[in-house]
Design a protein around this ligand. Structure first.
Ligand SMILES: [Zn+2]
Length: 548
């Protein structure tokens, strides 16, 4: 790629053509700017990995030219990868106070707190990163302090919305600053890079204040223990649940680590000030059943979450049963349906009543509907529309909306390098992009050895053989063969495999026995042959040769 002086490009490395794991790059001349760095949860197509991050190699190779990373809001799919990817980028990070509080708690866990230069920018603040003149514009979303970013460059003005919606009464934080968006529109905007998640919903967005009224009515009419699950970062919703509980004379208890972390971050930044301090799960059994509301993690069926464990009656402090109610104040994220249903089934089996947004009005989306997006185009009036943050059907529906407004849409895939100026706006090149698995704090390539082996083990099992040899390479004693996930140790087939393998290693040619690597390879071939076609699988095989 040619990096001419003065041109302006946009390059999404994550979040386009799929929902989640945002990593957006802009380049002005030679200098890069990153916006957001998030994680995604693996769907059913990659069971060997649980958490994914966008592959940052392209920008990591150019980190000397990366002026900064701007975070639009504190959702995991925008901020969750910072602690893991930043060591490869080593640039200053720009956040609002709330996103900063959330990030610092994550960095404390990753021991990066001392190294990372974090610049806290007030909501609606203006700041400069390298050659980019930037401005935050407050927008409403399902987390406090979400900001759209205005990029002012000599080549034109870009508005990057991040995640947003319109809500005249969001209860926590100000409504989307439509006045400021219109003023920026008056300056003349080259391109609007805009959230597509909920663009296929019609009508205006519904308000958090409507949820609060509905939740208050619902909770006041219920008996027994009540547990409400929602996203920990949705501070307005946590406040809604707490207010509804207080109105019904119930005490609020937080159950789950991410909720406790977010509660601390929120109160640090002045949120939840009208809500009494929450009790912790150790206090649950001190409060009578009909005087308690638990706010609880696990709305997406996460197996280690508090709600999953309660559904199996395996939580150390909390149990739910006949006469109790669990309210899902959240939506199902695609890919999580089966896990969520399994938890709901287990709760129902225990006699717990489950109420979701299908049975009662207990949730609104944090993303702009089609009508909201139309309003955004009326305010900003860009020359070009670049739909991002959506799967293909969302991006194409969004493009159609832009066209209705006579704005030229440009559809991109992750890795497309879009030249915005000078000259014709077009995709000029492609950057390598992809996903890495975040595995116990390490970043692993999806097509690398560790995950390939795990994929193979998951479906085909693993067979490990070990045996001892003397210094001349003759086998001592009996080999051991184990095949967890494939054969039981006392299975007749196990006995057959071990005997065939023992016979085969006895006849490995002498010249292969002196070199460990050749001996091991020959033994692996023997093991594969002993497993034969009978298993109709090609398990991962490994052999340990011990010289004694
Ligand atoms: Zn978000």
């Amino acid at each position: 790629m040619t990096e001419q002086n003065g041109d302006l490009v946009f390059l999404p490395l994550g979040g386009t053509g799929e929902i989640g794991m945002n990593l957006n790059l802009y380049r002005l001349g030679e200098t890069w700017l990153a916006i957001d760095c998030g994680i995604g949860f693996s769907g059913n197509d990659t069971p060997e990995a649980e958490i994914l991050v966008p592959d940052p190699t392209f920008i990591a190779e150019r980190k000397d030219k990366l002026a900064g990373l701007v975070i639009t809001h504190a959702h995991e799919d925008h901020i969750g990868a910072v602690a893991h990817v930043w060591p490869l980028l080593q640039c200053p990070v720009y956040v609002t106070p709330f996103a900063g509080a959330v990030l610092r708690r994550k960095l404390g866990e990753a021991r990066l707190l001392q190294q990372m230069p974090i610049h806290v920018i007030p909501c609606g603040g203006e700041f400069k990163v390298g050659p980019f003149d930037l401005e935050f514009i407050p927008v409403t979303h399902s987390v406090p302090e979400a900001q759209a970013v205005v990029l002012r460059t000599p080549d034109g003005v870009i508005v990057h919305t991040g995640d947003w919606k319109l809500d005249p009464d969001p209860l926590v934080g100000p409504p989307t600053d439509v006045k400021r968006l219109k003023e920026v529109g008056d300056e003349g905007v080259l391109a609007l890079v805009c959230d597509s998640t909920n663009v296929m919903s019609s009508g205006p967005s519904r308000s958090e204040s409507e949820v609060r009224r509905s939740m208050t009515d619902l909770i006041s009419g219920l008996k027994g223990r009540i547990a409400v699950t929602c996203f920990a970062s949705n501070v307005a919703r946590v406040e809604t649940i707490a207010m509804a509980a207080q109105a019904a004379g119930r005490t609020v208890v937080l159950v789950g680590r991410s909720l406790r972390n977010l509660d601390v971050a929120a109160r640090e930044c002045g949120y939840l000030s009208g809500v009494l301090p929450f009790l912790t799960e150790q206090d649950v059994n001190d409060v009578p059943d009909d005087q308690i509301v638990m706010i609880i993690t696990g709305s997406q069926g996460e197996p280690r979450s508090a709600l999953s464990r309660i559904s199996l009656d395996m939580h150390p402090n909390v149990s739910l049963g006949e006469g109790d109610t669990v309210i899902y104040s959240s939506r199902m994220i695609p890919g999580n349906e089966r896990a969520i249903m399994a938890v709901q089934d287990n709760l129902s089996r225990r006699g717990v009543r489950v109420i979701t947004d299908k049975e009662a009005f207990v949730h609104v989306s944090g993303h702009a509907t089609g009508d909201d997006v139309r309003t955004m185009y009326d305010l900003v009036r860009p020359k070009y529309a670049v739909p991002v943050h959506g799967e293909w059907r969302h991006l194409t529906a969004h493009a159609a909306l832009a066209q209705e407004k006579d704005i030229a849409p440009i559809l991109l895939e992750d890795g497309d390098i879009l030249r915005l100026a000078p000259g014709k706006v077009e995709v000029v090149d492609t950057a390598p992009s992809g996903r890495l698995a975040l595995d116990a704090g390490r970043l692993l390539p999806m097509n690398g050895g560790v995950l390939a082996a795990r994929r193979k083990m998951l479906f085909n099992g693993v067979v490990i053989a070990s045996f001892a040899v003397d210094d001349e390479g003759f086998v001592i004693g009996e080999p051991k063969v184990s095949a967890p996930g494939l054969l039981d140790p006392d299975d007749l087939e196990s006995v057959r495999v071990r005997e065939e393998f023992a016979n085969a290693i006895d006849v490995i040619p002498d010249e292969l026995r002196s070199d460990d690597q050749s001996f091991r390879d020959a033994a692996k071939t023997a093991l594969r042959r002993a497993l034969g076609r009978k298993l109709q699988k090609r398990p991962l095989v490994d052999v340990h040769v011990l010289r004694v």
